[in-house]
Design a protein around this ligand. Structure first.
Ligand code: PSV
Ligand code: MN
Length: 429
């Protein structure tokens, strides 16, 4: 396996920090021991935990107003894979990349080679029928899988089938479908007919799914359609997964709900009925802001993981959610944002593992609201950083990934190798 960042840079940073880390880890270990928690057992779980990087996340994002490109932006999927390799090398928390087709279309053999050279695998494939690809016959201006015209629907179905084929050669095991279909005006579409057409199309995609694959459908309340959206919420998404069959699951993108919606409760419902497929982690203040995971409301991220750990520990049948990031970085270096976001997701998982579930259940059964919520808070308040840093050290990563990244001068180096990518127009993800 080829490391992108020189080993001696990572080693030098770790040598500087290792002694303090071991002291902090021992102190936290003692503290957790008093709470009857074995720190090494938590560490093992963290070492095995991964969250996928979205290929589209390593380029600088934009808004509908402008995009301000950063230096050394990836020019193609091979540069993106190299950037993803940096994130994985330093955090050891992001072993797979999630591709978006046609953005990342390339010779699958070369893609596989590039990824395995850096020890990376491929997570869910993402289809794109929310924008028009160059030279495509039918436009998606008025929808794709739910379009009124059968030819346009057929084209969208075929694109999804192609994504499965590409994913098959890469070793991916899932397809994620998100569509922008909907309407901007009351009366523009017939809700029932549009949904029926969508179901019809997606049934054909589902039928082509290999036996060991899963289909994730992703709901989103609005945008790009602003009046109605065909797959707008988890209820509709659940219906889709139920209609399709056992290999169909719902994907929850944390930014795809109305403000203040209780997302952790949606997670619980989907878990309870065996239809939680996975996540696109990010954070938001107002809408689908695609900000860094845990940057706005880390407590909510913890509460989501509280539900996931609850399901994991009660050994819910078929429970195996895919963890992926889906973010857009407008003012930070995407590599730094993605490293810290992966760590925030890990942090929420580690904190949720600390919840005293027996105590919580007893307080819930006794209607002791105050102590129940304190039980969650006491896990959330625990500074688990030494566990996360130790997990990185043990698996060959950097104790402080951002410091190692900055010391390596990677961005400066690629800026001289990769000609600037054009600035200009927006592009909302
Ligand atoms: C849509 O907003 C979304 O969350 C879907 O996951 C897309 O695939 C992704 O963003 C990129 O546009
Ligand atoms: Mn998403």
């Amino acid at each position: 396996m080829e490391n992108v960042i020189a080993d001696d840079i990572v080693a030098a940073g770790n040598a500087e920090r290792e002694k303090a880390l071991r002291t902090d880890y021992a102190a936290l270990g003692e503290q957790l021991h008093r709470r009857a928690i074995d720190i090494d057992a938590i560490l093992k779980k963290l070492e095995a935990f991964g969250v996928a990087i979205p290929s589209w996340g390593v380029g600088t994002g934009g808004t509908r107003f402008a995009r301000f490109p950063g230096d050394g932006e990836p020019r193609d999927i091979f540069d993106k894979i190299e950037d993803c390799a940096v994130i994985q090398q330093l955090t050891r928390a992001t072993p797979r990349v999630s591709l978006h087709i046609p953005w990342d279309k390339a010779d699958p053999k070369r893609l596989k080679q590039a990824a395995s050279r850096h020890g990376l695998g491929f997570d869910a494939m993402n289809s794109n029928t929310f924008s028009d690809a160059k030279d495509q016959k039918h436009s998606y201006k008025f929808g794709s899988l739910s379009h009124a015209d059968p030819g346009t629907r057929r084209q969208a179905v075929e694109h999804n089938l192609e994504c499965i084929e590409i994913g098959r050669t890469l070793g991916s095991k899932a397809l994620t479908i998100w569509i922008g279909d909907g309407s901007n005006f009351p009366g523009q579409v017939n809700f029932a007919r549009a949904f029926e057409r969508y179901l019809d199309s997606v049934r054909t995609v589902y039928a082509a799914l290999p036996d060991d694959w899963r289909l994730f459908t992703e709901h989103k309340m609005y945008e790009p359609a602003f009046y109605s959206t065909v797959v707008q919420d988890w209820g509709t998404n659940y219906i889709i997964a139920k209609e399709l069959g056992d290999k169909a699951y719902c994907l929850v993108d944390l930014g795809h709900h109305a403000p203040n919606v209780n997302i952790e409760m949606i997670v619980s419902r989907l878990v309870q009925f065996g239809k939680l497929g996975g996540f696109h982690f990010n954070d938001s203040k107002y809408g689908d802001d695609d900000l860094d995971a845990g940057s706005i409301d880390p407590y909510r991220l913890f509460l989501v993981f509280n539900e996931l750990v609850d399901a994991e520990q009660s050994k819910k049948k078929g429970f195996d959610p895919a963890h992926m990031l889906d973010q857009s970085h407008n003012v930070t270096d995407p590599i730094e944002s993605l490293m810290l976001s992966a760590i925030e997701v890990q942090r929420a998982y580690a904190q949720a593992l600390l919840v005293d579930r027996n105590a919580l259940e007893a307080y819930q059964e006794a209607n002791d609201a105050l102590m129940a919520t304190q039980t969650l808070k006491s896990a959330y308040r625990t500074d688990v950083e030494p566990i996360l840093a130790m997990a990185r050290l043990n698996t060959g990563g950097a104790i402080d990934p951002v410091a190692a990244y900055r010391a390596s001068g990677y961005r400066r180096k690629v800026a001289s190798e990769r000609p600037a990518v054009a600035a200009g127009g927006g592009g909302i993800v």
